[in-house]
Design a protein around this ligand. Structure first.
Ligand code: HEC
Ligand code: HEC
Length: 305
């Protein structure tokens, strides 16, 4: 099952990061007990040890390994967050940020920290992340911006509900980006860009590894609130009916294929395909007798990959 292998990979990554930190003599995961209230100084210390290598000391995505990651680490100074329970264009709640930090964004380089940091430590990091963007000081968070009630109860995915979702998928234009079969290859996918100018990789539902979480509630949240900074719109206004929303959840979940080791060894996740297309692996064969010029170095890509 994809979820368990993601957890496995996350655990390995977390272990590697932890070992690297241990080698350099930095006390990363430590000190404050579970009862200690979150505080921004602890958050800063943990951020510098655990996050700055990717997100940069100032949060501007300039960490040492940032240039080698695709998708790149988020520039946290922009104050624009994809995974929120709040309306499009508004700040995420503290719980939203804590969830991202605890669970990570599966399918990207962003690791989950829930196994190595306790709730108080994650809460401290949230407080520090809020100092990296001026938006958190400038904008008030309003309770009415939270679009999701705490007690969201998914409807059972009956064949009728899935069929209703298939109709809505067409009607709401999901396929224009996500493709007619949900493979992430809709007509708008090739040119999709994020608000920071990086190429956007439209999600492939058959891949089934969701950054925002793969439960019915997670998927509901994703398309109701939209992913700010990515071309993925919010459908809270255009899809008000609860049954319709759960129907769409059931339909896109039905597109996921079971993933085993064979998938990871033989198939490329579709978010890699545009890169493969941009940098062909085998150059065109040259005639043997012709003088062969030294191969031109790969031109650097605008996105730094
Ligand atoms: C190995 C590199 C790496 C490390 C370490 C890392 N991140 Fe990330 N992070 C990423 C990447 C890559 C993304 C963007 C993923 C995407 O857009 O698909 C991201 C995205 C995020 C986001 C944006 C979520 C949203 O809703 O848009 C937040 C917040 C974040 N990281 C916080 C942290 C914090 C806090 C830490 C340390 C506890 C951390 N990250 C450690 C790579 C990393
Ligand atoms: C204008 C293009 C566009 C349209 C229309 C669109 N999406 Fe998306 N969607 C995206 C992009 C791009 C992403 C990936 C964003 C990222 O990871 O940075 C995405 C991601 C998602 C994800 C999240 C996957 C994850 O990693 O957690 C879900 C769920 C989703 N879309 C559902 C829908 C549904 C349902 C509809 C129709 C009601 C829809 N989308 C319409 C562009 C679009």
């Amino acid at each position: 099952m994809a979820f368990s292998s993601m957890r496995g990979r996350r655990a390995v990554l977390t272990w590697i990061l932890g070992s690297l930190a241990a080698c350099s003599g930095t006390a990363v995961f430590s000190a404050s007990g579970p009862e200690a209230p979150p505080d921004v100084a602890t958050g800063r210390r943990l951020y510098l040890a655990s996050c700055a290598g990717c997100h940069g000391v100032r949060g501007d995505a300039s960490g040492e390994v940032a240039a080698s990651l695709f998708p790149p680490p988020r520039d946290l100074t922009r104050g624009e967050f994809r995974f929120r329970s709040t309306a499009s264009g508004t700040l995420p709640t503290r719980d939203d940020l804590a969830r991202t930090i605890a669970l990570g964004l599966p399918g990207s380089a962003m690791p989950g920290w829930g196994d190595v940091l306790n709730d108080s430590e994650i809460g401290s990091i949230v407080l520090f992340v809020e100092t990296l963007s001026l938006r958190f000081a400038a904008e008030a968070r309003r309770p009415e911006d939270v679009l999701l009630p705490a007690d969201l109860t998914p409807l059972a995915a009956t064949p009728e509900l899935v069929a209703r979702g298939a109709v809505l998928y067409q009607k709401m234009g999901c396929g224009e980006c996500h493709g007619p079969q949900g493979r992430g290859d809709g007509q708008a996918a090739a040119t999709a860009r994020n608000s920071d100018g990086t190429p956007s990789h439209v999600f492939d539902f058959t891949y089934g590894v969701y950054k925002g979480g793969d439960t019915a509630r997670d998927i509901y949240r994703t398309f109701v609130t939209g992913l700010d900074g990515a071309p993925m719109p919010a459908f809270d206004q255009s899809l008000p009916d609860q049954t319709d929303r759960w129907a769409l959840v059931a339909y896109v979940q039905s597109l996921g294929r079971p993933r085993g080791l064979a998938f990871y060894l033989t198939e490329r996740p579709t978010w890699r395909e545009p890169m493969a297309a941009a940098r062909p692996r085998s150059p065109q064969p040259l005639p043997v007798a012709a003088p062969v010029a030294a191969p031109a170095a790969d031109a650097p890509r605008a996105d730094g990959w």
